[in-house]
Design a protein around this ligand. Structure first.
Ligand SMILES: Cc1cc2nc3c(=O)[nH]c(=O)nc-3n(C[C@H](O)[C@H](O)[C@H](O)COP(=O)(O)O)c2cc1C
Length: 364
């Protein structure tokens, strides 16, 4: 029953949607990494629901750093961040506690935990737990920024509407990191929001695809086989509730391509750096970074909680039933999930980088 991940730096997540708090412990961080509380707050703000496309559950996310930080710097001992839950409304779940909400983990959690799981609001399987991941991830994102490694994610597609792709990575990443609804083309963003609202008005939900880019990574990072850069990032990103697929570079889009189209030819640029002319492989060859932007896409499914009546079962009494999910839910979670993807990507890269260069890499 593992809630920990990582080799050189290990993150453990804990908490339930309607319990006292959610939180994370990061162990193995170097001492002397600056911890910027206002950056943690702003990252949590990007995950928080807002406006008409967000759930009515509005948590303030007032986090507490319980250990591992002294005088604004990491100490090198386990860093524990906790975020109290203050806006849980558990009564919404009492009448449906034995019903398996379709697309949710109620039935599977009951099978695994034999009925002892906290079912309220999805318990440990709730998107609420990702607040802890974002708070912890903010510490790592800022540490990577000091090393000139920058991460940005945009909503590549939502409800059938496409954004433009990455252009000039640096300015695009900076722009995305200050946006609430992260799109590169503002017109596409307006259309996506309108479509989400229209789908919500029908009592339904939608999903889409996120595209993430990382720049500034050195070549040579990744541990073949099983801890390849692709494997580690996939493991973490697919652990995010609601994410169902991932591809690096152009992957599935190029399933019908020829080798001559998918191969990325190498060349030496004017600064003497080895680069590839194209980046269909998403900056990774043989599971190891090649120094090009690391690019991947992850698929976020339509939010499972919808107010329409659906078929389901009472898994305690083994009876067919119908369910209409009450409670407060997002008609789309994609715009909130992107900062979770950034956070776990940062974590994976920090883990691989410190495995390669040693723990103190992040504070030197
Ligand atoms: C930031 C975030 C917020 C989420 N909010 C909701 C929500 O309001 N309603 C909902 O039904 N699912 C929400 N989810 C998704 C569910 O937690 C997830 O689909 C469910 O636990 C089943 O897991 P699976 O989709 O990975 O199989 C959210 C996910 C994330 C990452």
């Amino acid at each position: 029953m593992k809630n920990s991940f990582g080799q050189s730096i290990i993150i453990t997540v804990f908490g339930e949607s309607h319990g006292d708090a959610v939180g994370a412990v990061i162990d193995g961080l170097a001492p002397g990494i600056p911890v910027d509380r206002s950056f943690i707050e702003s990252q949590l703000g990007l995950r928080r629901p807002s406006g008409r496309t967000g759930t009515a559950r509005r948590e303030e996310d007032r986090f507490e750093i319980v250990s591992g930080v002294f005088s604004g710097m990491t100490t090198g001992t386990p860093l524990c961040i906790m975020i109290p839950n203050t806006s849980a409304k558990s009564s919404d779940y009492e009448s449906i506690k034995d019903l398996a909400r379709p697309g949710h983990a109620d039935f599977t959690a009951n099978e695994k935990y034999h009925g002892f799981q906290d079912y309220r609001g999805g318990g440990h399987f709730s998107g609420r737990v990702t607040a802890a991941v974002v708070a912890a991830g903010a510490v790592i994102i800022s540490a990577l920024k000091i090393k000139d490694i920058r991460i940005g994610t945009h909503i590549f597609r939502c409800a059938g509407i496409g954004d433009r792709g990455f252009g000039d990575y640096g300015p695009d990443i900076d722009k995305l990191n200050s946006m609430d609804f992260a799109v590169l083309d503002p017109e596409a963003g307006i259309m996506m929001r309108d479509r989400i609202e229209a789908i919500a008005a029908e009592g339904d939900s939608t999903g889409g695809i996120l595209e993430t880019a990382v720049i500034g990574l050195p070549a040579g990072i990744g541990e073949p086989w099983f801890d390849s850069a692709e494997s580690v990032i996939s493991h973490a990103v697919l652990s995010i509730p609601g994410i169902k697929g991932i591809q690096f570079g152009d992957a599935f889009d190029m399933a019908d391509a020829k080798g001559s189209e998918f191969n990325d030819p190498f060349t030496v640029d004017e600064d003497g750096k080895i680069v590839t002319v194209t980046n269909h492989n998403g900056g990774v060859n043989g599971g190891i970074t090649n120094g090009m932007p690391l690019v991947f896409r992850s698929m976020v499914k339509p939010t499972p909680s919808i107010s329409r009546t659906q078929y389901t079962v009472d898994f305690v009494n083994r009876k067919n039933r119908e369910i209409s999910v009450t409670g407060r839910h997002d008609p789309a979670i994609i715009h909130r999930a992107r900062v979770v993807v950034d956070s776990l990507t940062a974590f994976c890269l920090a883990d691989l980088l410190t495995e390669h260069f040693g723990t103190d890499y992040l504070c030197k």
